[in-house]
Design a protein around this ligand. Structure first.
Ligand code: XMP
Length: 235
């Protein structure tokens, strides 16, 4: 799979349907603005698998990443079964928690993912404050797990930019880093990419905006502006 998809470096988190999207073709217009789309449990539970399939189809037509964010955290057999369902819904990347451990869990997930042609993203830290209580204490070990399993990428929050820099330094250039936490959670657009992330994830700032298309365009332009400026100043 290509390392970089799309031009913007921004992934849309669809945890609900954009409330300001009254136009039936809104998803079709929204998705090409992004490098990827990430669907989560709220969307599945509220709208059902048929809508998730439609989102995957629209994303595929737009040529962007299709990420299923159910934050898998179970024994290997159960996560493998979830992966099969994720593949059947049309997604090509699945997010799992790193804390479940390798033996009997993540190692099985990674083997099944390879068989199914799905890439795995591991959560190594989280954007909320409580991540410091447990998750962040093991951040380096989670990066080590990601490296050992040779996963496609890791999730590192934009709200802790030093962790983004550390992940990039530790993991080298070939692992993708996805960073949520920009916008509503307080991190500035573009800053995670400036610290080494490949993609920033944006949810509520778009889906809860009165005009999601306008918000998406503005955010993508802001990310591009900030990234251009940090790259120019570090050149
Ligand atoms: P907002 O609305 O805050 O949405 O822009 C953020 C999206 O990203 C997800 N999220 C995370 N996912 N690790 C993750 O794997 C995290 O630290 C994290 N923080 C937020 C969230 O589920 C939503 O879809």
């Amino acid at each position: 799979m290509r390392k970089w998809v799309g031009h913007t470096g921004v992934v849309l988190a669809l945890d609900g349907l954009p409330s300001g999207c009254r136009d039936p073709g809104c998803l079709e217009k929204l998705m090409p603005l992004f490098s990827g789309v990430k669907v989560g449990l709220p969307l599945l539970l509220r709208e059902g698998p048929r809508l998730l399939r439609r989102v995957a189809e629209v994303a595929q037509s737009a040529g962007i990443l299709r990420i299923a964010d159910f934050k898998l955290a179970d024994i290997g057999d159960v996560m493998s079964s979830s992966l099969e369902a994720i593949r059947d819904l049309g997604y090509d990347i699945a997010i799992a928690h790193a804390f479940v451990g390798v033996r009997g869990a993540l190692e099985d997930l990674v083997v099944r993912a390879r068989e199914l042609g799905i890439e795995v993203l591991l959560v190594t830290s989280m954007s909320h404050e409580g991540s410091r209580e447990f998750y962040d204490k093991h951040f380096r070990e989670f990066l080590e797990v990601a490296r050992e399993l040779n996963v496609w990428g890791v999730v590192v929050p934009a709200t802790r930019l030093h962790l983004v820099s550390e992940a990039r330094k530790t993991m080298g250039g070939s692992v993708r880093i996805l960073s949520p936490g920009v916008g509503v959670q307080g991190a500035r657009y573009g800053t995670a990419i400036c610290h080494g992330a490949d993609y920033e994830i944006v949810g509520r700032s778009v889906i809860k905006a009165p005009d999601p298309l306008e918000a998406a365009t503005r955010i993508v332009e802001e990310v591009e502006r900030v990234v251009r400026s940090c790259r120019t100043s570090s050149a």
